[in-house]
Design a binder for this molecule. Structure first.
Ligand code: SF4
Length: 268
């Protein structure tokens, strides 16, 4: 059987950067805490925990004092930095630079929107760390939309500034933008594009991957997609594989692979 590993597979740049920062500090003998999962991959977490990384949640952060805290690639709301300052915690900021830029861009837009009666709308997953961070940067004064059923919170007679979480599907984002445009038109606004500003904020590491992955998935009889179960990026890219090749399987460890999947197949 011919087995090919997608040469573009692996963690995205932001996550790789955060893992490298953590690993460097741990190997230098530093005691560091990480707020939330540094990466949504159980095997990688176990490796870093074995090196000494201590994982904590936001509740535990309230009680943590005089320590070093790693902020992962997804970023955090300003409140986390305030708690750290109060508790004499040194922050090692591994927020992905792309997310950092997005936080600043959303905040700037939000401040401007308050002058023209606009609304900031974020297309993303409820409860996702990046979304919590983004909303925090606009004092939680944004409208979170995770699908077509969530549009009722938007006032279509007012300007809409639309942003996306960095790891969402480009196609779905386009669909949401079109639905908002349609609703604005239904309100009698003749030029909806003046009322709706769609910010292109899906990370190129994700959007660029979709078409390459589709081609790769079609090239092989069977696809074994390896990812952590809770990775938002992983789930999205797996769905791309599955739509291009129904013989695609999602696994997080070697033990989940079944022999029967390979029967009669020539390439994977
Ligand atoms: S913005 Fe892109 S590179 Fe950064 S963490 Fe998200 S997916 Fe990774």
């Amino acid at each position: 059987m011919i087995v090919e590993t997608d040469s573009l597979s692996g963690f995205c740049f932001g996550v790789r950067n955060a893992v490298e920062i953590a690993e460097k500090a741990l190997r230098a003998g530093e005691e560091i805490y990480c707020l939330g999962l540094i990466v949504h991959n159980e095997a990688e977490i176990s490796r870093l925990v074995a090196l000494g990384l201590k994982m904590i949640d936001h509740e535990q952060l309230e009680r943590l004092k005089n320590s070093r805290l790693l902020i992962r690639a997804h970023g955090e709301p300003p409140e986390t930095y305030r708690i750290a300052e109060r508790n004499n915690i040194t922050i090692i900021d591994a927020t992905c630079p792309i997310v950092k830029k997005l936080q600043a861009r959303i905040r700037k837009t939000w401040l401007e929107s308050r002058e023209n009666g606009g609304q900031v709308v974020i297309y993303g997953k409820p409860g996702h760390a990046e979304v919590i961070g983004l909303l925090g940067h606009i004092n939680n004064d944004g409208i979170l939309v995770s699908g077509p059923d969530d549009l009722s919170g938007i006032d279509f007679t007012r300007p809409v500034m639309l942003f996306s979480q960095t790891t969402m599907s480009v196609q779905e984002y386009g669909r949401i933008a079109q639905l908002i445009r349609d609703n604005i038109t239904e309100c009698g606004i003749t030029d909806p594009d003046k009322s709706l500003k769609v910010h292109n904020t899906i990370c190129a590491q994700v959007s660029g991957r979709e078409s390459q992955l589709r081609t790769f998935a079609r090239k092989h009889d069977i696809i074994i997609f390896v990812s952590g179960k809770y990775s938002s990026n992983g789930k999205l890219l797996y769905s791309v594989c599955k739509s291009a090749n129904p013989d695609s399987w999602f696994v997080s460890s070697p033990g989940e692979i079944e022999r029967s999947w390979f029967e009669g197949k020539k390439s994977a």
